[in-house]
Design a protein around this ligand. Sequence first.
Ligand code: ADP
Ligand code: MG
Length: 257
Amino acid sequence: MTRTPSSSATGEAPAFRGASLELSGVSLAYGSFEVVREVGFTVEPGTTTCVIGPSGSGKSTLLRGINRLHEPKSGEVLLAGEPASAMAPERLRQRIGLVFQHFNLFPDHTALDNVALAPWKVKGLPRGQARERAARALADVGLAERAGHRPRDLSGGQQQRVAIARALAMEPEVMLFDEATSALDPELVKGVLTLMAGLGERGMTMVVVTHEMGFARRAADQVVFMDEGEVVEKGTPDEIFGNPRSPRLRRFLAEVL
Ligand code: ADP
Ligand code: MG
């Protein structure tokens, strides 16, 4: 299911220009302990890949390897065909946004300032322009009216939206999500997942580590199942959920579904 970047869930929201992301033979280790082994998959521009698998299977480490928060031991990551290893890490992290489970907003800054900070301090935009861009990013995640609120005056779901806006304000070509809804109260999960699905529909390239199998089924173009640091199986949601082949994937699905 490849979507055209011009299609939009709301009709109003601007489209993104997601880039391709290609991983081949990516391995990552903590010291001599290899936790990600020879991982390879391709994420086509504007598509969503969901990464699923048991706790400890290396999903977070893999995401951190993609934007070099953790330097891969070997293998290659290509962003829009360019080797990530040849880019300055700061530049790479502007082009590939990462949203974590814990949003780590600055408690004493408003939502707007939280979002404006990186475009101003990291990207070097004049402060006014950074704030304009931040206002647009907040509008993009449905929080235009909350721009002046501090994190403590926002729900967990709204705080996570601010964190997503903060990543979007850097105009990334790819967005990575690491269990972005795992810390949220159950009633707040759906709104954030709907927002994430909307970004995908608007053409963002996304890699989403998630325990939300319903989301993976609905929103993914490709699902990658990892276990013990390796990609055990990958395919369309129909293949992965409807016709799992490996015993390990079958066992995992029996536990989570
Ligand atoms: P997942 O996100 O799938 O739960 P992780 O990438 O967090 O998996 O962890 C993969 C493996 O790496 C686990 O065995 C975990 O214990 C180990 N690990 C994670 N972080 C560290 C660290 N900082 N130092 C050493 N081992 C780690
Ligand atoms: Mg993890």
